[in-house]
Design a protein around this ligand. Structure first.
Ligand code: ZN
Ligand code: ZN
Length: 181
């Protein structure tokens, strides 16, 4: 494990969120098009804290999704600046908390802060770890030429190239066909 458990799960959640855009989603459609889809995503990730379930919250989370997609692919120095901006504008205040089944971990916003702000700050705190440990290259875009899915490579030797086995297999077939054509 390269990161602490909460950093790792925050990164995996961010990857799931930013891969709901049409150019990265499994369905090929926008998978964050209505509040029900947002609730389903939060439930799937057991995301705690305030949920309004309204159109405004959805719009804010969709904006956060765009910002985090951009952040994912920045180089280390630009990412550091972007994270500082995010933390400053959200008045983040890191606190160790223990809730539900979770052992001590960091929250830098109140559980009743708006969902999009909590998502952004939690992501920013995870990026603090990634940047400090010089692991930005583990935040990747899928190598398949028809897929813009972003993922975190948690493999031991940082050798993962595709977002999924589906993309890996598709590209392997294509490479094989090209070789034998
Ligand atoms: Zn928590
Ligand atoms: Zn892919």
């Amino acid at each position: 494990m390269f990161f602490t458990h909460d950093t790792e799960s925050a990164l995996l959640f961010v990857a799931a969120l930013i891969d709901t855009v049409p150019e990265a989603s499994d369905s090929g459609g926008d998978e964050l098009a209505d509040p029900a889809e947002l609730i389903a995503l939060l439930d799937a990730w057991e995301y705690s804290g305030r949920r309004d379930g309204d159109a405004r919250e959805l719009a804010e989370v969709r904006d956060a999704r765009d910002r985090l997609r951009e952040l994912w692919l920045l180089d280390r120095d630009d990412a550091a600046n972007a994270v500082n901006t995010l933390l400053a504008e959200s008045h983040a205040l890191p606190q160790l908390v223990r809730h539900d089944r979770l052992d001590w971990h960091i929250h830098a916003t109140e559980l009743d802060a708006p969902l999009a702000r909590r998502i952004l700050v939690e992501a920013a705190m995870a990026f603090v770890d990634v940047i400090r440990s010089d692991q930005m290259d583990r935040l990747r875009e899928c190598d398949a030429d028809d897929c813009e899915s972003l993922y975190v490579d948690l493999s031991k030797n940082a050798s993962r190239r595709f977002c999924s086995t589906r993309c890996g297999n598709r590209m392997a077939v294509r490479a094989y066909r090209a070789r034998t054509a």
